[in-house]
Design a protein around this ligand. Sequence first.
Ligand code: PLP
Length: 350
Amino acid sequence: MKVEMKARRQFASDNNAGICPEAFAALTEANRGHVSGYGNDPWTEKAANLLRDLFETQCEVFFVFNGTAANSLSLASLCQSYHSILCHESAHVETAECGAPEFFANGTKVLLVPGANGKIDPAGIEGMVKKRTDIHYPKPRAISLTQATEAGTIYSLDELETVTDTAKELGLRVHMDGARFANAVASMGVTPKEITWQAGVDVLCFGGTKNGMAVGEAVVFFNSELAREFDYRCKQAGQLASKMRFLSASWVGMLQDGAWLRHAAHANKMARRLDAGLRGLPQIKIAFPCQTNAVFAEMPQAIIEALWQRGWMFYTHVSPGQCRLMCSWDTTEADVDEFAADVRSLATKV
Ligand SMILES: *Cc1c(COP(=O)(O)O)cnc(C)c1O
């Protein structure tokens, strides 16, 4: 059987990339012999222990198939149905999960907070919480922040603590959407604990897929009380993998020798190279500071279409008016240079 694939690496999404060698090797290894299903296997135990080592704490760990499930189910475990969740107006939870957080939380409302560069403006949190205190308002109970953000930016340690301190003062639990957590850690040069539980995060959705795994995200509870019966929630939502080892083994492959961080650092480096390659052209405007593996460029429509015609793929719908260019674990310097050269040759013509 032969499936036709365009082998060229693209900038459309970090989920367009394949499986990195470390995750693939672990899957091959996990494919030998029989083990029990539903997470009662040595790979799942090992992966959970490696995550506890990484975060330097006794966190509760669950593996689910994707980020929408990780976010929705963990947010549901922080709230009752009459509560609300604050998040940035561009948060994946709001814009790209088809209402799953509200659905899995049985109606919990998502409230939107603005802020520059994809980050919640802390000044907006208190206003949103205190705007109304009567029984008719969905009572704010959680805040969700994305690290790295949908704009590819990061909350610095100070910014993060300002948000989480404000949240705690207002009685909000803190959820972190870490679909690109690895890119944030690599960019900030911090230890994972510094930007999670030490900074007041109650639960992290740690992305594996965009980091180089085939599939799978880890839900990491630093507040173990909130993890109570989360296993049932996963099962009911269709997120308890029968052959769980094929979700968890990849984490072993990624974590045991630091591949997760190496791949993220590489993707970030490629984005910085791309950012540099696109700067200085009069028709191109870079929309956000390049802090992780994304570059958002505003380009004339004629250039966008010419790039598409040359076979390049990238999204323009994620952030209206902007081209989102994502780098992956396998993006090469040559890929970046080829794309940048195409943009430059078109930019001088238009
Ligand atoms: C990709 C992504 C997710 C996960 O999305 P799924 O497609 O459900 O795996 C979650 N949050 C952010 C910020 C993302 O970019």
